[in-house]
Design a protein around this ligand. Structure first.
Ligand SMILES: Cc1ncc(COP(=O)(O)O)c(C=O)c1O
Length: 488
């Protein structure tokens, strides 16, 4: 029996093809060049913003000029300018001038960096970046790592590796029931980032299994309290599987005493994860590096590129001292992906080291920035941010109407407007400081995110923009004093 030959399929009438007739450089410059004159945060009514976008699925295309105008009137107009010199909120990177180029190239290359075979050049680039970060942390040869989307995912992956390394490989197949009735617990300072509790939920051990360790008067984990908790855990049905040390803490910048914590982890045989999502860039600055002593002894370290490394979102470097521990959790094969756990470099698989499979070429913007600026220049910038915040703390201490609540550490410090005659009236001081924070934001010149320390509001400054200078610290103090006195 013969089969009829199908008629030829005609070419489609509308073909999508390169190049796009638009000046990408002009679009980018339009976006990045207005931060100094515009408010730090421009927000608005959601319905009003929505009115600028078509709500119905656009069946037909529109001219690029119109599409760009829509985007400009929504995402361009209503945004927080993280590169504004007065943006001191959260821990959000400003993005580097190299980023639009790096991200455009990432999109143009459009690599799916699952592993080497499908994207050899991208894989080697990412592994080069991992090697640079290994050197930055003084980790041993044999370390491996992976770029993930952010600190939350990096903490999750590290905790997964630590958990299964402790409970044993059988649990990877059979679940935690295989371990019996000992309750796996994580130990971390009370100030640890809440992504650790979220990871505990996802790992199925429960948020309440993150044991809070007290902090000292400088907001660092109290290693004596850690020792007591570890000792007590031995007498209970508990299985401590990871200590998370912060370098530095999101609220205060405090860097936990990593060396002392590493000693305890060695003694008790527990995985040490250092969450350096915010502070990791401090390793680049000679003046800050001593704070991180002991980081080279950790089992895993996470460092967000999109925090103090200044890079545009998103990316986090996760290093494992013993990558096999991660492979035991994340290694998998399927009918269409079959690579060895310990194959040659040409079979390297990033998804054996973390939960993501498809991933964009995250290493490229970071590679571009490190090669173009060099680690030392980035480090000088990091040091300058820290110097600015130390200068701010000195200005605060010199002003009787201000109270320094947490000292300048890395590039964070927290303070309050608190005239001496009013200090006992904490309720009024708290209200006043909330209103000052709102006034700062309404001015469009500054942005501080809401933060409480010991359940009382503070003015928290986190300076991680390459646009911020010492004069912005002086202006902030002037504004706070003027605003506080006026509100009184
Ligand atoms: C210390 C620390 N760890 C983890 C995270 C979570 O990082 P991401 O927002 O990239 O998931 C943050 C975020 O601010 C952080 O400050």
């Amino acid at each position: 029996m013969t089969h009829a030959v199908p008629p030829p399929l005609p070419a489609p009438t509308e073909i999508i093809q390169f190049p796009l007739d638009v000046d990408i450089n002009a679009v980018v410059n339009d976006i990045v060049h207005d931060w100094a004159e515009s408010p730090v945060l421009q927000t608005g009514n959601a319905d009003e913003i929505q009115a600028n976008l078509p709500k119905n699925l656009p069946r037909g295309g529109a001219p690029m000029s119109r599409v760009l105008a829509e985007i400009k009137s929504v995402a361009g107009a209503y945004r927080r300018r993280n590169a504004h010199p007065g943006f001191f909120g959260y821990v959000a990177s400003p993005g580097l001038p190299t980023d639009p180029l790096g991200h455009a190239m990432t999109a143009a290359l459009n690599q799916n960096v699952v592993g080497y075979p499908g994207s050899p050049g991208a894989a080697v680039t990412e592994r080069t970046l991992i090697e640079w970060f290994r050197q930055l942390c003084d980790f041993p040869v044999g370390t491996d790592g992976v770029l993930l989307s952010g600190g939350s995912l990096a903490n999750l992956a590290a905790l997964a590796a630590a958990l299964y390394d402790t409970v044993g490989e059988a649990a990877v197949r059979d679940g935690l029931v295989a371990e019996g009735h000992r309750v796996p617990i994580i130990l971390a300072a009370e100030s640890v980032h809440f992504s650790v509790q979220r990871a505990a939920t996802v790992l199925g051990i429960g948020q309440n299994q993150v044991r809070s360790i007290a902090v000292d008067d400088k907001f660092r984990m109290d290693s004596n309290a850690l020792e007591q908790t570890l000792t007590a855990a031995q007498d209970r049905d508990e299985l401590p599987f990871c200590v998370v040390a912060s370098a530095g803490a999101t609220t205060t910048g405090a860097v936990d005493p990593i060396e002392a914590i590493a000693d305890l982890c060695t003694r008790f045989g527990i995985w040490l994860h250092v969450d350096a999502a915010y502070g990791g860039a401090g390793l680049l600055a000679t003046g800050l590096r001593p704070l991180f002593a002991g980081i080279e002894r950790a089992d895993s370290v996470s460092m967000d590129l999109h925090k103090w490394f200044y890079l545009a979102f998103d990316g986090s470097v996760l290093l494992y001292r013993n990558p096999d521990a991660a492979r035991r959790v994340f290694f998998s094969q399927s009918d269409y992906v079959q690579f060895d756990q310990h194959g040659p470099a040409e079979e390297h698989m990033f998804f054996h080291l973390g939960p993501e499979l498809s991933r964009r070429f995250r290493a490229l913007p970071a590679y571009l920035a490190f090669r173009y600026y060099g680690a030392d220049r980035l480090g000088h910038q990091v040091q300058y941010n820290a110097d600015c915040v130390h200068y701010l703390a000195a200005l605060i201490e010199a002003e009787p109407d201000l109270e320094l609540v947490s000292p300048a550490v890395l590039s964070i410090c927290c303070f309050r407007f608190a005239p001496v005659s009013m200090r006992a009236d904490t309720a009024s001081i708290d209200t006043l400081n909330r209103r000052i924070r709102n006034a700062l934001q309404e001015s469009g010149e500054f942005f501080l995110s809401p933060t409480d320390i010991h359940n009382r509001p503070v003015l928290r400054v986190c300076a991680i923009s390459h646009t911020t200078q010492a004069r912005h610290m002086e202006q902030l103090i002037e504004f706070v004093l003027a605003s506080g006195r006026e509100l009184l």
